[in-house]
Design a binder for this molecule. Structure first.
Ligand code: RB5
Length: 143
């Protein structure tokens, strides 16, 4: 189960991403927003992050205008590693190296075709499990 959320800045890209998830038969829980009315990205980021951190959802996808605010907010939740990606190399690397559990996208930065490819890469790349990467991830959480 994938947790999905966006603010008004990400609403148009939401439609493209959910169409991709539907086509692939990937289940998701939609945390909003549900129209173009202005809203506050932390109000979306936090429930998505908690759904992932609790294990209710396996991974999350968050979209705002830049992807910056929504990733900063998600990363405040313990256990969340939200990665803002604008290319497929980063999406692959952040899964393999950082075991990122939330993908953040900037709808005003990244076009819909590339964004969907980034989502596909993120969802289909496994964590490498290498000791050095696991060690570094553990150090993120040790405060
Ligand atoms: C909303 O206008 C915009 O600030 C938001 O989508 C995002 O880009 C914040 O980081």
């Amino acid at each position: 189960m994938i947790a999905f959320g966006c603010d008004h800045g990400g609403f148009e890209l939401k439609e493209e991403i959910l169409a991709y998830l539907d086509k692939e038969g990937i289940e998701y829980k939609d945390f909003g927003c549900f129209d173009r009315t202005s809203c506050d990205y932390p109000d979306i980021a936090k429930p998505v992050a908690h759904a992932v951190a609790s294990g209710e959802c396996e991974k999350g996808i968050l979209v705002c205008g830049t992807g910056i605010g929504i990733s900063i907010a998600a990363n405040k939740v313990k256990g969340i590693r939200a990665a803002l990606c604008g290319d497929c190399f980063s999406a692959q690397a952040t899964r393999e190296h950082n075991d990122a559990n939330i993908l953040a996208l900037g709808a005003r930065v990244t076009g819909p075709g590339l964004a969907v490819k980034i989502v596909d890469t993120f969802l289909h790349t496994e964590f490498s499990g290498d000791e050095r990467h696991a060690r570094r991830i553990a150090k993120i959480e040790d405060e």
